[in-house]
Design a protein around this ligand. Sequence first.
Ligand code: FAD
Length: 452
Amino acid sequence: MEPALSPIRSHHVAVIGAGPAGLVAARELRREGHSVVVFEKQKQVGGTWIYTDEVESDPLSVDPTRSVVHSSVYSSLRINGTRECTGYRDYPFVVRSGVSESRDRRRFPSHGEVLAYLQDFAREFGIEEMVRFETEVVKVSPAAEGEIGKWRVESTEKEKRVRRDEIYDAVVVCNGHYVEPRLAEIPGISSWPGKEMHSHNYRIPEPFKDQVVVLIGNSSSAEDISRDIATFAKEVHVACRSNPADTFIKQTGYNNLWKHSSIECVHEDGSVVFQNGKTISVDIIMHCTGYKYHFPFLDTNGLVSVDDNRVGPLYKDVFPPAFAPWLSFIGIPWQVLPFPMFELQSKWIAGVLSGRIPLPSKEDMIMEIKTFYSTLEVQGIPKRYTHRMGNTQFEYDNWLASQCGCSETEEWRKEMCLANVVRKEAHPETYRDEWEDHHLISQAYQDFSLYS
Ligand code: FAD
């Protein structure tokens, strides 16, 4: 370990984005004594949780000239984890006393309740005074060539049409990773006459009335949207490459919803052929195939890059060794409980920047990343899954917590998260309304009383 930076130093830090990651980053950086400016291109805090009817002009979101809509949230969306697990560790996502009756009190509330919670968080901790709204960061680059340290942050303010060019000691990237769609490759698609879209541009089911729709993917979005659409569409077929080749299952409770294996090919006559041998005439294919990491503003001369959805090299998914600690990323891992992880990553970054928490040497960080990549390779895990955590997330969170001197992830949170994964898999249509883990809820609320 290299000695810590001379403690305790305060720095001028730019945070990009005022979604759940940027909000908690701003709080932790300021708590640590840094001066913080948060750049946010939208009009309000909340990031992806700001629902909008608006969709992009290109339903597949591949046209580079399109005007980008940030949120991928659809109208019926309810969170896919429990309230207790979803919130930040020290600002639980509970129904607070004195809030309006119109708030969604359910254990798995709608997207609007998450936005309200984030607005409460921002108000409670005075975050908005650090945010420059409607200000988009267009370029981040090292301030002086060949010199590691300061960053030049170029931004444009929409309303006043002001372009700013400023120097910061450090940049924390919190721009969100559910904006730039990934698409499935479908043999024959260039001559298929139907309509294609990505779930990024899905909002409501009514436009699918009487249509035959194929959704590709096995994410929460595919699961939710297929059920949403089935109430209006003539037929809904979900194609998933992780299903066995002969999969053809009618979903219970529906007379128009089927699960298949992957699509084998599509034809000029509008038909879609599945690996299970079924052929169906289809109107719309919706790609529910996830997103790509995308940092259009970041100019690091290739020292940080995205290759097949691996952002790298990153030490512990946060610091690129070439620029550590002056450039960092929050929210790169997926299949995680995001908010608690953002909170721990933020505390770590804030403490490392002030010199309170030491980082290994650049060489040691690079060595660790190389070892990690080799382990993935040996295990046959594709590059695009580099940042997928799942079961290893709590080990990661606990490591961050140990760096920051915080307590480890609560036992109830781990157990509740795992129980929810199992319930969701077994009962995708009812897991948000029926559960048995009452003892875990009691334990969670006992802990929450510390913060109320
Ligand atoms: P975001 O929320 O995307 O915020 C990023 C912010 O950065 C935005 O406000 C954006 O405007 C701003 N920004 C981006 N680029 C710039 C720029 N150049 N200049 C200035 N500002 C910029 N998580 C859960 O915990 N539970 C769920 O049930 C759940 N469901 C989800 C469902 C869907 C459909 C999606 C897409 C995601 C879901 N998530 C869920 C994950 C969700 O993305 C995270 O909870 C969280 O919103 C990520 O926070 P973030 O701050 O990293 O990114």
